[in-house]
Design a protein around this ligand. Structure first.
Ligand SMILES: [Zn+2]
Length: 510
């Protein structure tokens, strides 16, 4: 780099100071969410590192990206760093809108026609728990009107601003092209495969949905709404088979049986203490990668708790087994489809008959019904997420007028899931910056990895002591240097697709 403006900045300094920044942010989140301090003080950390997070640093990296040879390691590094800096610029400009949203959500109250009040944040739980359907629909009606009036305009403004900020970077024609360039995710291709997935699984979904609606809620498909979906998927009948007291022990035993040290020789620190202010759900905080990774949990027991612990353990193992000599951007940044796929590889063990029989309290009689119910839920989430991705490409794409988006949203989501969606959620039910695309690719990669593990180490790979070392070395070791599709080609010799997922759901529903 030449020129006085950028003389103090270099890629090396960006890596060095960037890693310090990531560690401080991650430690702050860990301590706040684990109840070790009252709240996360992020502002000072951002101020301390302003020099590497500003416009100059982004310009330098974009320069590097333009100059790098296509397909080179230099280009790969520059792309990851550019995506990171562009995201943090945008996040900083959107911070005040995001903070207003968090404040609103924490204080808003849903007022029912009869005068009762439900805190906004409790509304989904109240609907899921309501056994009286009229009560469920009353809460939903009041919630939707409140969101339409107060939250939706705020969120719409946020997405309008985000699109502007990203397009002003001047990297590509529009938001979607910029996202593809910086993330390496082929949005157009993914969107087409989502359309195909919805067509391919339409018949299967129409076959199974009515039975579950009738048995669990006593309603017909043409009356089902999104509020009913909340109640439908709140099945608790098998929770006693997943006791809190056994969770950590059973899952750690399974990791050891497949040849993985669940604590990675002490690099993973398990935080199980009861503490005021500690989050209810398990989470993973990589504070130094790979040397200091926190896996924080407060075991409550139940299907969801086990599922979350498995998911977060997958993330923790990924961070703790990364090669320490990888560049900062390959350990801290990159395509999150990869880390999400490892988390899903572990949480999908909850859909594996052999695993369930060996490590949980489910009886052999119950395993079949449990697996069927889980596959039904999986198919619902896949259809919802594929439809969301298709809708979000319209929201970010700029060809559909903002006023018309709620109609597109309702049409896409209702057709895909069979549950009637509400217009008020069109700007609320959106994962910013296409996080849905990371989940969808993670889902695809996870299914491909499970098939590859089965070919190499048999159907019970999850207790084959040769499988763990392969997973740690060949998969986790590489951090997030590769895109999810590159990884699929390297380890399975196949492209990412929905095919292995469809096969798994079909098997489970049969
Ligand atoms: Zn995750």
């Amino acid at each position: 780099m030449t020129g006085s403006r950028t003389s103090a900045l270099s890629i090396e300094r960006l890596r060095h100071d960037g890693e310090a920044f990531m560690r401080e942010i991650s430690r702050e989140y860990y301590e706040a969410h684990a109840g070790l301090k009252p709240n996360a003080e992020l502002r000072q950390i951002y101020e301390r590192h302003a020099a590497i997070l500003g416009r100059d640093a982004l310009e330098m990296v974009l320069e590097e990206l333009r100059a790098a040879a296509p397909g080179s390691e230099g280009q790969r590094s520059a792309r990851l760093l550019a995506e990171w800096l562009a995201d943090s610029q945008s996040a900083r400009e959107l911070a005040s809108l995001d903070e207003r949203q968090i404040e609103w959500e924490a204080s808003a109250v849903v007022r029912l026609a009869d005068g009762r009040e439900v805190p906004f944040e409790r509304a989904a739980i109240e609907m899921a728990n309501a056994t009286d359907r009229r009560e469920r629909l009353r809460i939903e009606g009041a919630r939707a009107r409140l969101v339409e009036r107060e939250l939706a305009p705020l969120r719409r403004e946020r997405f309008e601003r985000e699109r502007e900020i990203t397009e002003l970077l001047g990297l590509a024609g529009d938001y979607n092209a910029t996202f593809e360039l910086l993330s390496g995710v082929p949005l157009g291709e993914l969107r087409a495969s989502c359309e195909a997935f919805l067509r391919d699984t339409e018949g299967m979904w129409r076959d199974v949905l009515p039975g579950f609606l009738r048995r669990r809620l006593g309603i017909k498909p043409d009356e089902a709404t999104r509020a009913d979906a909340l109640a439908l998927f709140r099945a608790r009948e098998f929770d006693t088979a997943f006791p809190a007291a056994d969770m950590e022990r059973s899952i750690s035993r399974q990791a050891r049986e497949m040849g993985i040290d669940p604590l990675a020789a002490g690099r993973i620190r398990l935080d199980t203490g009861e503490r005021e202010g500690k989050r209810a759900r398990a989470f993973c905080a990589p504070v130094r990668v790979p040397d200091e990774v926190y896996l924080v949990l407060r075991p409550h027991g139940g299907q969801t708790d086990w599922n979350t612990f498995l998911h977060e353990l997958g993330h923790a193992l990924h961070f703790a087994y990364m090669r320490p000599d990888l560049a900062m951007e390959f350990r801290w940044l990159g395509d999150n489809s990869v880390t999400e796929s490892y988390a899903m590889l572990f949480d999908h063990l909850m859909q594996n008959r052999g695993w369930l029989k060996r490590y949980t309290g489910l009886s052999s009689d119950d395993v079949g019904e449990f697996v069927r119910a889980t596959a039904f839920e999986e198919l619902h989430f896949l259809r919802r997420y594929t439809a969301k991705l298709i809708y979000e490409t319209a929201l970010y794409g700029g060809e559909t007028a903002w006023e018309s988006l709620p109609d597109v949203y309702v049409d896409r989501l209702t057709t895909a899931t069979g549950f009637r969606y509400d217009r008020s959620d069109a700007f609320v039910d959106v994962d910013p910056r296409y996080y849905a695309s990371r989940y969808l690719r993670a889902w695809q990669l996870q299914a491909l990895l499970a098939e590859t593990l089965t070919e190499r180490y048999d159907a019970d790979w999850w207790r084959n002591p040769r499988a763990g070392p392969w997973v740690c070395g060949t998969l986790f070791g590489e951090g997030q240097r590769e895109l999810a599709d590159e990884l699929a080609h390297r380890v399975a010799g196949k492209p990412l697709s929905f095919a292995p997922l469809i096969r798994a759901v079909e098997r489970a529903l049969a």
